[in-house]
Design a protein around this ligand. Structure first.
Ligand code: S3P
Length: 439
């Protein structure tokens, strides 16, 4: 259980752990590569550790070079040159939709049987969005879940044919799953996305020497290419940084530097929204690492005003909506978030979880099938919130806890935070007492 009271003064410097999306992809591509890939900045969160373990079960060997308090951050991964072995037992993806959907793409191409399982939340999330296109490439999936189309997934793969696929939802997980399968397929696989989604797979393909053609929202890869081992530095996770960006932006008088964070433009739409809300954020581009831009962000707290999120911004801030809703609650005026129905099939139904908890802490909010409208500026009162085991709900309301007018924020089951951000609670402690958090 996590308890949060009103802040004293936010500290001035924070570094966040490695990017979750890049860490999953690093584990998978390094495991498929020819040669030894050196990975640093890996995110040792439960989600990514599940993917790493699944790759080990598939014959990949991992030598840990350095570990942090929650697991390995630096490692050497000896790839299989695209020749995975039949797994020893089920592959457990834990809470991770990314892990399961990306691995489904890889396993669809293997000439052995495998079975993907996950926790209750993951086993109630839709998998048809990947199994349907992967079946049209030639794989067979049996959904053994209690809910139709859900995991556990039994996969009989091999001998894939390339496809041209128009994705019905804007999902980087679906795109990446098909592109990974496409690496093994005969011919050129082409995916068309209805809107731009995070492009870490395309960027990391290039880093591993894989030829991948990107023409706007149409991405193609020709099968038969073997990724070549490389050296990878995973950037800090912008989605983790988002919690501190909002806290600092809403906190009059604070000045926070978020260091060495990934600034891939397909991830940073929250920044544009915060600027529109009146935040002062200065971007200092440092470098490109593995094709991913890295930089520092300096946020000066001047208070926020409400805004309307644009439809085209939604895919590039999809994971930030819970904390954006908190920004809306702390802002003067109305904040409107629509076109975000995908939130209903995340780790929990994030629209209803955010709405329910905002109401508990005294915020007036209207729920829509695809989002919410928040009346900002109310005095927030502490309450016991329900995270539904969703890491981003727990963290968003922990940040709201820094801004209470009365009481304290009680977050039972806060262990779920380790899904994506090990060290969050400690960082919150240190930062809210004016300290600095570097890794
Ligand atoms: C992810 C893509 C997003 C995001 C998830 C990570 C990825 O999901 O919500 O946390 O790494 O590809 P969708 O692509 O399904 O929207």
């Amino acid at each position: 259980m996590l308890k949060v009271r009103t802040r004293q003064k936010l500290g001035t410097v924070i570094e966040v752990p490695g990017d979750k999306s890049c860490s999953h992809r690093a584990a998978i591509l390094a495991g498929l590569a020819q040669g030894v890939t050196e990975v640093s900045g890996f995110l040792p969160s439960e989600d990514c550790l599940c993917t790493l373990k699944a790759m080990e079960q598939l014959g990949v060997s991992i030598e840990v070079q350095r570990s942090g308090p929650s697991g390995p951050v630096e490692m050497k991964i000896t790839g299989t040159a695209m020749k995975l072995s039949p797994p020893t037992g089920d592959l457990d993806c834990g809470n991770s939709g990314t892990g399961m959907r990306l691995l489904a793409g890889v396993l669809a191409a293997q000439d052995f049987e495998s079975r993907l399982v996950g926790d209750d939340s993951l086993q109630s999330r839709p998998m048809g969005r990947v199994t349907v296109p992967l079946e049209s490439m030639g794989a067979r999936f049996v959904s053994e879940g209690e809910k139709a189309g859900c995991a556990p997934l039994r996969i009989s793969g091999g001998d894939l044919q390339a496809i041209r696929y128009e994705m019905p939802v804007a999902s980087a997980q679906v795109k990446s799953s098909i592109l990974l399968a496409g690496l093994f397929a005969k011919g050129e696989t082409t995916v068309t996305q209805p809107a731009t989604t995070r492009d870490h797979t395309e960027r990391m393909f290039a880093d591993f020497g894989i030829n991948c053609r990107v023409e706007g929202n149409v991405i193609s890869v020709t099968g038969g290419q073997t990724p070549q081992a490389t050296s990878l530095q995973v950037p800090g996770d912008f989605s983790s940084a988002a919690f501190w960006l909002v806290a600092a932006a809403a906190d009059q008088g604070s000045a926070l530097r978020v260091q060495k964070v990934g600034l891939n433009p397909t991830r940073t739409a929250l920044m544009k929204v915060l600027l529109r809300m009146g935040a002062h954020i200065t971007e200092e581009l440092l470098d490109e690492q593995g094709g991913e831009p890295i930089g520092n962000l300096l946020v000066e707290g001047r208070g926020l005003k409400g805004t309307t999120i644009l439809e085209e911004e939604v895919p590039n801030l999809i994971d930030e909506v819970p904390i954006l809703a908190i920004a809306g609650a702390l802002a003067e005026g109305k904040t409107v978030i629509r076109n975000a129905e995908e939130l209903r099939v995340k780790e929990t139904d994030r629209i209803s979880a955010v709405v329910e908890n905002l109401r508990k802490i005294g915020v007036e909010v209207e729920e829509f099938p695809d989002g919410m409208e928040i009346q900002g500026g109310a005095k927030l009162r502490g309450a016991e919130i329900e995270s539904y085991g969703d890491h981003r709900i727990a963290m968003a309301f922990a940040i709201a806890g820094l801004f209470l007018s009365e009481g304290e924020m009680i977050i039972p089951g806060s262990a779920c935070i380790a899904t994506s951000y090990p060290g969050f609670t400690e960082a919150l402690d240190t930062l809210s007492q004016g300290g600095e958090v570097t890794l």
